[in-house]
Design a protein around this ligand. Structure first.
Ligand SMILES: *Cc1c(COP(=O)(O)O)cnc(C)c1O
Length: 370
C-alpha cells in the first residue's frame, strides 16, 4: 500500500507538545510574549465585519502582505533588536517583487530546496544547524555536504567555501541553531565573494532580530543570495504559520512556480490579517525583543555561576552543558519539575541542552531547578 519513497523519509521532530500536565515550555524557541493587541483587534475586526471573506480563497500571491513586509524592512533596516549592530540601515529599497511568502519559513525552505538545489551535486550545510535541512534534502533526494563545526562550535567558513566551489548551493542559519553563534555581515560578504555566482546561497535569519547584523543589505550586490525570515520567533506568531524570503525577483519567480505546483494559497486570510497588523507594531517588538535579550544575558550569567558552560548566544535560546552532568540528565530533571527544554541525542552535541529564553519569571523558575 505504501509508496517506496516513504521508506526513506526521515521526518523532522519538533520540540515536544506534551499535555500530561502543565509545563513551562522552553523547548521550541517560541516567543515568551503574546503578539500585540493590534493583532487581536485586526483579526476580530476581520471576523466581525467581513466574515464573508472566509468563504473566498485568499490572494494566492500575498500581494498586500508582501508590500507591507517590504515597507517594514525598508523602515527598520530589517531588524528589531535594540542593539548597535542590528541597526545597520539598508542603502537601497526592498521591493515587493523581492519577497516570497509561505506557510511558515519551513515551507519556504522546502520550496527553496526544490527550486534551487539540484541532485547532481551536494548542497553545503553545517553538520549542526537547523535540523530541517537534512530532512528536506532527504525528501527531495538531494545530498548534503555536512561540514563539521569548529571546536568552538562556530561555522568552519573555509571548509564550507572549499566544498562550495563544486556544490549545488549553500544553506545555513545565521545566527546558527542550536548553537546561537552568529557570523558578522563582513564574514557573510566574504563567503559570497568566494562562492559561485550561479549557485544559490541561503541565509536563514530566523533569529536575526535578537541582535545579529542582517544579510539583507547584501542583496543589492549578490543576485544569488536568499535571506529567509519567519514570523514565528521574534514576531510571536508561530501559531499562525508565516515565513518569507527576500531575494532577486528572478529567484522569487522560481519559488512562485514551485508554490503554484503545490498549493496556490499558502497564506490564509486570518494569517495575512494578523501578519499585517503585527508589522505595524514595531515599538512593541523592539521592547519585548530587548527584554528577551536582557533576560538571556542575565540567565546566561546566572547559569555560568552554577558551573554550566553557556555558549554566548545571539538568539532567543542558549546552548548549554555542564562538566559533570549529562545533557539527558539535565533535560529529565528539569522535566520532572514541569519545565520542558530541548535535548538532542545526536552524537557530538548529546551533552548539551538548548533552552529557550522565556519571561524573567519562567527563567527564575528554571534556574532554581538547574
Ligand atoms: C524556527 C525555525 C524555522 C522555522 O520557522 P517557521 O516559520 O515556524 O516554519 C526556520 N529556520 C530556523 C533556523 C528556525 O529555528
Amino acid at each position: 500500500m505504501l509508496a517506496n519513497r516513504l521508506k526513506t523519509l526521515n521526518p523532522y521532530k519538533p520540540g515536544e507538545q506534551l499535555t500530561d500536565r502543565e509545563y513551562i515550555k522552553l523547548n521550541a524557541n517560541e516567543n515568551a510574549f503574546p503578539p500585540p493587541k493590534e493583532v487581536a483587534d485586526a483579526v476580530s475586526n476581520l471576523l466581525n465585519t467581513n466574515l464573508k471573506s472566509l468563504s473566498l480563497y485568499p490572494d494566492p500571491d500575498s500581494t498586500e502582505l508582501r508590500v507591507e513586509i517590504a515597507n517594514f524592512l525598508n523602515k527598520t533596516g530589517g531588524v528589531l533588536a535594540n542593539t548597535k549592530e542590528a541597526k545597520s540601515k539598508l542603502d537601497f529599497e526592498i521591493t515587493s517583487d523581492m519577497i516570497f511568502c509561505g506557510n511558515g519559513s519551513d515551507e519556504v525552505l522546502s520550496f527553496v530546496f526544490y527550486a534551487f538545489f539540484d541532485d547532481d551535486k551536494k548542497v553545503v550545510a553545517p553538520e549542526f544547524s537547523y535540523s530541517f535541512y537534512p530532512v528536506y534534502a532527504g525528501y527531495y533526494g538531494i545530498e548534503l555536504e555536512k561540514v563539521p563545526l569548529k571546536s568552538d562550535f562556530s561555522l568552519d567558513v573555509e571548509k564550507m567555501l572549499e566544498f562550495g566551489k563544486d556544490s549545488s548551493g549553500m544553506i545555513f542559519a545565521n545566527p546558527n541553531a542550536p548553537t546561537g553563534i552568529a557570523l558578522s555581515l563582513a564574514e557573510i560578504k566574504n563567503m559570497l565573494d568566494n562562492f559561485p555566482k550561479d549557485r544559490v546561497f541561503v541565509v536563514d535569519e530566523a533569529y536575526v532580530d535578537f541582535g545579529t547584523e542582517s544579510a539583507l543589505s547584501l542583496l543589492k550586490d549578490y543576485k544569488n543570495l536568499l535571506v529567509v525570515r519567519t514570523f514565528s520567533k521574534s514576531i510571536c506568531l508561530a501559531g499562525m504559520r508565516i515565513g518569507f524570503t527576500v531575494g532577486n525577483p528572478e529567484l522569487i519567480k522560481a519559488l512562485t512556480t514551485v508554490k503554484n505546483s503545490f498549493n496556490h494559497f499558502p497564506v490564509d486570510i486570518i494569517c495575512k490579517t494578523a501578519a499585517k497588523a503585527a508589522l505595524k507594531s514595531y515599538e512593541y517588538y523592539e521592547k519585548i525583543t530587548t527584554e528577551i535579550v536582557e533576560t538571556r544575558e542575565w540567565f546566561s550569567q546566572e547559569l555560568s555561576k552554577k558551573g554550566y558552560s553557556v555558549i554566548p548566544s545571539k538568539t532567543n535560546f542558549i546552548f548549554v552543558n555542564h562538566p559533570t552532568r549529562k545533557g539527558s540528565e539535565i533535560y529529565e530533571d528539569v522535566k520532572k519539575a514541569g519545565i520542558l527544554i530541548r535535548h538532542f541525542a545526536t552524537p557530538g552535541i548529546e551533552n548539551f541542552v538548548r533552552i529557550t529564553i522565556g519571561t524573567r519569571e519562567q527563567m527564575e523558575a528554571l534556574l532554581k531547578v538547574m
